[in-house]
Design a protein around this ligand. Structure first.
Ligand code: ADP
Ligand code: MG
Length: 474
């Protein structure tokens, strides 16, 4: 293996036009607002497009999806109706996101069919979709293995295998499933492994399934200045209340608060709600549907604070996250770096606050040693309410009972709200359609009105049942 220093990315040409990509792809990237390659893209795309196997490590939010997607799309033959690329992801949420990104990136090309295959969904519709054919399959290892065992998925024409978020897949115990899937792929293939961290298991995974891989490590974990870290010393009794103080002072729209235990999550949720914040929690033992509901409300900006443990937050990827709060600074520096890396994504700045009690100082010293830079200490006493108004999220979520099964599409809902209901497009936020439900974010001040008008009117010519998801923010 020949590690490529991150520095080489800086001096390189960062324009996508410097890559051997089709003009239609370049035009599409321009349309998507991808003006320049991110560092991991600049370092990994040239060898990936040249057909090399890769182990690429860069923090969450650095643009790894486009790095492997552009490469697999470039090798694809649209006229060949067979699965030519397979992307393995740890969770359904991530698989959905990857599929969406591949579809966006493929817009400039011929009709490329991307299929998502994950557990938790019925087998039968997946099997019939596979019978209709697909160029790219994105899925979780367990479900892909199921399809291989039933012979409903044929990988004999595969050119590219991608292991995305390989560290998390290993964390989740997918090694054997990945091995099974990799063995079902042709030997002559390109394998691209992407990971945010580099735990031991990655080396054995790559020894087993990659050929002479080029290793790309962007050790520069965070661009200077993009994530502003501040540490606050607290005594244990101040800890939970300090979260509210931080929120009232900095007023971030979306905050992810990490707790070290589930009990602490429950306690913090209670404290925040009592103080009038719109907060939700993620637990490991939540049903998928509940988890989806929480994530959708957080991602569409109708929840100010999401409280979670590291395990529950696994696989979470949120575009706009203004702040991360380490309610307890974690003993594991790598976890710390990973937590704070969720804020300050591609074009934005983010805050990372850590609450540290006297007996946790050693943890901060570890962070200082690892990052090779001093950290900024601040006093809780500096925090003041910067407004008398309650911190409320800008949106609320309407739940329409009916989803893909009822053939509802985002456009139908947007049409109903901006058409007969008379709302402006700017007042409508993200619209997420799941199998059986549709979640619509609307500006907080039109929540009740939108609820009334949607209930009284029709979506796709049909009456629908609508609820306002209660957030105690009314
Ligand atoms: P990762 O997989 O490394 O965590 P993602 O691939 O999810 O990161 O990318 C994070 C965000 O950055 C996505 O919203 C994506 O659309 C955006 N993005 C990726 N590449 C670029 C680029 N070159 N220019 C602008 N935005 C980009
Ligand atoms: Mg990713």
């Amino acid at each position: 293996m020949n590690p490529t220093p991150a520095a080489s990315a800086d001096s390189a040409d960062l324009s996508f036009a410097s890559l051997p990509l089709a003009p239609s792809t370049l035009a599409n990237l321009e349309q998507l607002g991808y003006r320049q390659m991110t560092p991991i893209q600049a370092a990994s795309l040239p060898p990936a497009l040249a057909g090399k196997d890769l182990i690429a490590q860069a923090k969450t939010g650095s643009g790894k999806t486009a790095a492997f997607s552009l490469s697999l799309l470039a090798r694809l033959n649209p006229r060949r109706f067979a699965v030519q690329a397979l992307v393995l992801c740890p969770t359904r949420e991530l698989a959905d996101q990857v599929s969406q990104e591949i579809r966006r990136l493929a817009r400039g090309a011929d009709n490329i069919k991307v299929l998502t295959l994950c557990g938790g969904s019925q087998m039968r519709p997946q099997i019939s979709s596979l019978e209709h054919g697909a160029h790219v399959v994105v899925g979780t290892p367990g479900r892909i293995m199921d399809h291989l065992q039933r012979e409903s998925l044929d990988l004999s024409a595969l050119d590219t295998l991608v292991l995305d978020e390989a560290d998390r897949m290993l964390d989740m115990g997918f090694y054997d499933d990945i091995a099974f899937v990799a063995k079902a792929c042709p030997k002559e293939r390109q394998t691209l492994l992407f990971s945010a961290t580099y735990p031991e298991g990655i080396a054995s995974l790559s020894r087993a399934f990659l050929r002479d891989p080029q290793q790309i490590t962007l050790t520069e974990q965070h661009e200077a200045g993009k994530i502003r870290q501040r540490f606050y010393e607290v005594v244990p009794e101040q800890r939970l209340a300090a979260v509210g103080q931080l929120l009232r002072h900095y007023r971030p729209v979306s905050t992810l608060a990490f707790c070290n235990t589930r009990q602490q999550c429950r306690d913090l949720l209670q404290v925040l709600r009592a103080e009038g914040f719109v907060a939700l929690a993620l637990h490991g033992e939540m049903e998928q549907r509940e988890r989806d509901q929480v994530l959708i409300q957080f991602a569409n900006r109708s929840c100010s604070v999401l409280v979670a443990t590291d395990v529950a937050a696994r696989g979470l990827d949120i575009d706009q996250l203004e702040a991360v709060i380490n309610v307890d600074v974690t003993p594991d520096t790598e976890v710390h770096v990973h937590r704070i890396g969720r804020t300050g994504r591609v074009d934005q700045e983010g805050w990372a606050f850590s609450l540290v009690s006297g007996n946790q100082m050693a943890r901060v010293r570890n962070i200082v040693t690892t990052l090779g830079q001093e950290v900024e200490w601040h006093a809780l006493g500096e925090l003041q309410d910067s407004s008398t108004a309650r911190l409320l999220p800008p949106m609320v979520t309407l739940l329409i009972l009916g989803g893909r099964k009822e053939k509802i599409r985002p456009g139908d809902v947007l049409g109903a709200l901006t058409g007969e209901a008379g709302f402006a497009k700017e007042q409508i936020g993200k619209i997420k359609v799941t199998e059986t439900a549709t979640y619509v974010a609307v500006a907080r001040n039109i929540g009740q009105d939108a609820l009334r008008k949607l209930s009284a009117g029709t979506v796709k010519g049909r009456k629908v049942k609508v609820h306002l998801l209660s957030d105690r923010g009314g």
